[in-house]
Design a protein around this ligand. Sequence first.
Ligand code: GLN
Length: 536
Amino acid sequence: MTKYIFVTGGVTSSLGKGIISASLAKLLQARGYRVTIQKFDPYINIDPGTLNPYEHGECYVTEDGAETDLDLGHYERFLNVPTSQANNITTGRIYQNVINKEREGAYLGKTVQVVPHITDEIKRNMKILGESGNFDIVITELGGTVGDIESLPYVEAVRQLRWELGQNNSLVIHLTLVPYLAAAGELKTKPTQHSVKLLLEYGVQPDILVCRTEHHLSAEIRKKVALFCNVERNAVIESIDASTIYDVPLLMRKENLDGIVLKKLKLASKGEPDLESWKDFLGRLKNPTAEVKIGLVGKYVELPDAYKSINEAFIHAGAKNECKVRVKCIHSESITAENVNEKLAGLDGVLVAPGFGSRGIEGKIEAIKYIRENQIPFFGICLGMQCSVIEFGRNVLGLKDAHSTEMNPDTKNAVISMMEEQKKIKNKGGTMRLGSYACDIKKGTKAASIYGKTKIAERHRHRYEFNNAFLNQYEKAGMIASGINPENNLVEIVELKDHPYFVAVQFHPELKSTVANPHPLFVNFVAAALAHSHKK
Ligand code: GLN
């Protein structure tokens, strides 16, 4: 029977429920259990696909094309197991399902209410992955903070589900904050007590408290928290600020979070978790023998979460190369023909980021022109690739008004144009070309040597594509399509022949980079940047 772990948050948001969930899952996986993590988000959007990155950070995309919360990226990076639509549910989706059923007449004339209909739909979704038979343990993270009006139906669903599952088949981990008051020189437990009291009011007794703190918790503090929150003393877990999120599994191991969880769920310990390769990764991450400086040109650079998966993929690729990757964010709107050499000075490589709309586009194109002419390693992702095609069209092929129809619908040289199947679509949500598609790589190209194979599949999120009417002209002039979708001939990878490293992709490789499997495009780009820095 599948066991269920629910992770709630108290006191404040941004305590890192996603990282704690992923770290616990990693430890349980390292003991031989099949674990997955799902996230329930209490907002009304059907998914975060329509949310601005400033609102919500990056939109993560799964193999099956779900647009999801960025925490799913952490789950995959830690566990190296793909997630799916079932791993991320929002209030919008829950209500949509219930309202659809109501219209079908499925409620047989009953009044449809939050309890039981919404809570039943939440419970049904909470059990889907467990009932698949693929997992021994399902960790369910509840977004938001206990006490929020919008979280209430989820907490109620957890209360009911725990009762239905019976003893030892589920547990609740509550993540809370133990703040340090500098003036008093003390850690304060009152916010934690209040937040647990609130949970108790809703009928949920947490089994384990994970306390976020900037200072170590003394035995006395642990005892106090345990006493006032009805938890066992060893179930008060310290989660101290870490220098990297990848340390957290080891910190949780030290606190024996996994051991306590297994005991409470009456599951066999299966011996110590096997964390050898994880430790090896951390060793390489923390002991770099070189350093490279990479520019990330994008328009959401004020918010690091907007490029979460790219930043994490650089961490994986850096460790693989035993090289510290310093990512310098450069606002694309700030780049002009006059200042581009200053803006990109001293960089060993430049990545031009994904994005939508025309803001900052000319800065991206200026940056690519400079990189191409000065033989600096280049990596373009999605809109970054489209910009490299526009730049090459304008400055090498002499097509002065080359553009994407996304920015200029009337251009005569639409080198990037809307995909045919997208033209009839009106709705914005969930309608892009999403998820995993196959790509054939041409032998003898840089892409082939990077991947070491010719058949790959990568994840997508776009509406526009390379306009194949221009392909001959591009290839003759030295920009070749080294990766093509075998079904519809869509150009997936372009590269330059006369350049040490210029590779741009229509898909999002950053979404598939994990600790166990750093993405080859990032690993090779960092290696190229390293080679460039040696040359300098
Ligand atoms: N805006 C571009 C498109 O829709 C690129 C999207 C992206 O970078 N994810 O094709």
